[in-house]
Design a protein around this ligand. Structure first.
Ligand SMILES: [Zn+2]
Length: 244
């Protein structure tokens, strides 16, 4: 049996008992440590601050170009084929220039990723963000906005000019209204940039105080970070509540 096969068999043996008590998570929390150490060069973080540090290290590599492309080989694919336990959940924009797995230099099975225009949320998206923290011990949620966001810019113009966007695009505009209002109150020379940052902070605050996520945040099992990505430099900047 090759290495991947051994890992898979061990994962099944390890998971068999715990699976019975992990119905909600689909057994996704059962394979964490015993086999992770020899399947991955980078063991899964065990605290929100370690999870955040992992992401920031990856972003440093993205900025410098010294990429590791960790855990993207057939062994890793085999290792996570039956179960997953991502350490982070990223809510980011659909923008093609902001792919979380690349800009944090993460591997297969490391992240849940939700992407919507202007990282807007509604019940379905919020449920998807909640899934990891509520079922499999995901340690970190990152709300990631970005420079020159087209969705925010379009929503800003639509609201300012009182001209709704066609079809379902208007749903994105509506979801961005609170960020527009906050930016209008703040003022400044670049209202679209202010609105994009406000959207991150409002969304992170909303998730952090959410009925189901707040208790996890309260006991230190989860952190919800607001962050902002520069298209120019590739760097992720903290806007709110990075765990230390
Ligand atoms: Zn965007």
């Amino acid at each position: 049996m090759d290495r991947a096969g051994r890992l898979d068999r061990r994962a099944l043996l390890t998971g068999g008992i715990a699976c019975a008590t992990a119905a909600l998570s689909g057994c996704s929390s059962i394979i964490a440590s015993p086999v992770a150490a020899d399947a991955s060069p980078s063991p899964r973080p065990t605290t929100p601050s370690a999870a955040w540090a992992r992401l920031m290290k990856g972003n440093e590599r993205w900025v410098s170009g010294d990429l590791q492309h960790p855990d993207r080989d057939p062994n890793r694919r085999q290792f996570v084929a039956q179960e997953q336990q991502p350490f982070g959940a990223i809510l980011s924009c659909i923008d093609s220039r902001v792919p979380p797995e690349l800009l944090f230099d993460t591997g297969l099975g490391d992240l849940y990723v939700m992407r919507t225009g202007g990282e807007t949320i509604g019940p379905v998206v919020t449920g998807s963000v909640e899934y990891g923290p509520m079922t499999s011990g995901t340690l970190l949620i990152v709300v990631l906005g970005h420079q020159r966001c087209g969705a925010v810019k379009a929503a800003y113009k639509s609201i300012r000019d009182g001209e709704p966007l066609p079809g379902n695009l208007q749903a994105i505009v509506k979801a961005l209204q609170p960020a527009y209002d906050q930016a209008a109150r703040k003022g400044g020379t670049d209202p679209v940039e202010t609105m994009a940052r406000a959207q991150v902070e409002l969304t992170a605050t909303k998730l952090r105080s959410n009925h189901d996520l707040a208790p996890l945040v309260g006991k230190g099992a989860l952190a919800v970070v607001g962050a902002y990505y520069s298209l120019d430099t590739g760097k992720v900047e903290v806007l709110a509540d990075a765990p230390s």
